[in-house]
Design a protein around this ligand. Structure first.
Ligand code: ADP
Ligand code: MG
Length: 568
């Protein structure tokens, strides 16, 4: 079975194509969003999703989130002695989503359409493919998140449309795309973004804002840094959500039984967030400029991503576009639903054959060259674009380059992706070289052809007309060959981890919730929760599902009551 997956920085979701419509699949807790979080205890005990996030406050060093931001880098994370790559961590989330699909449909998914930010470069896309393979899913296609959102949006209203803008602000990435739909073709005209901007950054500034305001902050200052940061970021996220529907909210952390509180007003938060809000403009302008579309001709502004729920963001958008954004698609579900539509398209789903997607190259692709200045000095490492960003794909372009030295025997070119003039600020994808006949400088020419297709594969051909020689390079080659063995090894490693059985997820979540409540109180209430916890653990040991379910319900009711009496 082929499924559609939104592998998000903060939250992930999986959807399937069923009975002519995309459908989200709930996780073991009955929720449609699964936090992209992993936690490992000594001995290999492993939690993924909500349960992992719950361990963040108590075991920050063993818990990791936002690892999508590390995709495509060599960074690793060590949790309780196990060293994992960002691909491994993503694979664990993917596997947990596959488990949910299996529990929901009775069938194990074997293949997936996975979404990535339009702004992801080649390396990040390759890392995402690898994550899928480690999780045992054949990655049939990677599609851009805004394209997926546009598919979900377009499906609700099949008519042709003027270009519209998809504005996706998630936990860690920001994407803007201009999309058009006509005669069953979904065309992404341009995309731009910032893969270092999202809700997390708003949490950061909120932490900075309240730190000096927290009375009794000394207790915080002596806390281990990682624990303090985890506590503060979790509290910031809660406060920020509260601020989405209230004029003011309390930022509270409990340190050594003492609650520290600071009141934050919408006004203060919005003032502190002004710098981040300003950063939302640039990608919008760049996307509009790249496709030569006037902001006035946009028919809709479609909001995607949890962080677009923030009033400060909505206000900024209303100012920016001079109108209110469209609210017909669910900001949290659109991307996964779109991925399922793409999955439906690939497996020939009913009623879908008439939709086609055309996409653009998200980055400029080119080679490094050298030039001489007016004094005859050579400057190398200068980027020469061949395929400009936001060119519709598939595309094939050719440029000519000349030898720079007398009797040069070879022309070697580095292949880069990015926008900077100095290639060292761009992403190097590979190298290609070709022997050339020895002649005076500038007399031998090579033709370099770049061909880029919808699956994100770049093919490079170099031809030397003087000799008729041709060299061809498909950019994924080297790394892919290396990674095949690697993928097996990673899969084996992950198999050693004892992931919590899916049917225990609710119990784990309830335990974590009760433990959090225990930490949040003192005195009698705390003792009371402690006893209830012990009782629940006793029930778990009986291993009788009915007893466990009853005990879980009782504990849940008790915690609900405490929540209802909370001063916040
Ligand atoms: P991603 O695509 O990065 O996985 P999501 O689209 O799920 O992320 O968005 C997650 C972000 O949305 C988080 O920063 C979260 O705090 C924020 N968010 C979700 N709901 C709200 C809300 N009601 N108010 C403010 N922020 C919210
Ligand atoms: Mg997202």
């Amino acid at each position: 079975m082929l499924v559609g997956i939104d592998l998000g920085t903060t939250n992930s979701a999986v959807a399937i194509w069923r009975d002519g419509a995309p459908q989200l699949v709930p996780n073991a807790l009955g929720k449609e969003l699964t936090p992209s979080a992993v936690s490992i205890a000594k001995g290999g005990q492993t939690w993924v999703g909500e349960a992992a996030l719950d361990r963040m406050a108590t075991h920050p060093a063993d818990t990791v989130t936002s690892f999508k931001r590390m995709m495509g880098t060599a960074a690793t994370v060590t949790l309780a002695g196990t060293t994992l790559t960002p691909e491994d961590l993503s694979a664990m989330v993917l596997r947990s989503l596959a488990d949910d699909v299996e529990a929901f449909t009775g069938e194990r998914p074997t293949a997936a359409v996975i979404t990535v930010p339009a702004y992801f470069n080649e390396r990040q896309r390759r890392a995402t493919r690898r994550a899928g393979e480690i999780a045992g899913l054949e990655v049939k296609r990677l599609i851009n998140e805004p394209t997926a959102a546009a598919l979900a949006f377009g499906l609700t209203d099949r008519g042709d449309r003027e270009p519209f803008l998809v504005f996706d602000l998630g936990g860690g990435t920001f994407d803007v795309s201009i999309v058009e739909m006509f005669e069953g073709i979904v065309e992404v005209r341009a995309s731009a973004g910032d893969n270092r901007l999202g809700g997390d950054d708003f949490d950061d500034i909120l932490v900075k804002l309240v730190e000096p305001m927290l009375a009794g902050g000394d207790a915080l200052a002596v806390m281990p840094t990682d624990r303090r940061r985890a506590l503060m970021m979790l509290a910031a996220e809660r406060t920020r959500r509260a601020l989405s529907s209230a004029e003011a909210a309390d930022f509270t952390v409990v340190v050594d039984d003492t609650p520290l509180t600071a009141r934050v007003t919408t006004e203060a938060f919005e003032e502190a967030a002004a710098g981040l809000v300003k950063r939302l403009r640039d990608p919008v302008i760049r996307a509009l400029r790249d496709c030569h579309i006037d902001v006035k001709t946009l028919s809709d502004i479609v909001l995607v991503g949890g962080a677009t729920r923030m009033p400060v963001v909505r206000k900024a958008l209303t100012r920016m576009f001079g109108r209110f954004p469209n609210a017909t698609v669910h900001p949290d579900h659109a991307v996964a639903l779109g991925a399922a539509i793409q999955a439906g398209l690939l497996s020939g789903g009913d009623g879908l054959e008439e939709i086609r997607i055309t996409d653009v190259a998200p980055f400029t692709l080119g080679v490094d060259t050298a030039t001489r200045d007016q004094h005859g000095r050579m400057h190398d490492g200068i980027f020469a674009p061949i395929i400009e960003r936001n060119t519709p794909v598939p595309v094939s372009r050719m440029e000519r380059f000349y030898t720079l030295a007398d009797n040069q025997r070879e022309i070697g070119l580095g292949i880069y992706q990015g926008e900077a003039r100095d290639v060292k600020h761009n992403v190097k994808l590979g190298e290609i070289s070709a022997p050339v006949p020895p002649r005076p400088a500038g007399e031998v020419m090579v033709e370099v052809r770049f061909t880029y297709d919808t699956s994100g594969l770049l093919e490079v051909d170099v031809t030397v007309p003087a000799t008729g020689l041709t060299r061809n390079l498909v950019i994924v080659d080297e790394e892919d060959r290396r990674s095949k063995k690697d993928i097996e090894a990673r899969r084996k490693l992950l198999e050693k981890l004892k992931v919590h059985p899916r049917d225990e997820a609710e119990n784990v979540a309830m335990l974590a919730r009760a433990e959090r409540a225990y930490e949040g109180f003192t005195g009698h209430v705390r003792e009371f929760i402690g006893r209830a916890l012990t009782e629940f653990q006793g029930a778990l040991e009986k291993q009788d599902p009915r007893i466990i379910a009853d005990a879980r319900e009782a504990l849940g009711n008790l915690l609900d009551q405490l929540d209802a009496n909370s001063p916040l």
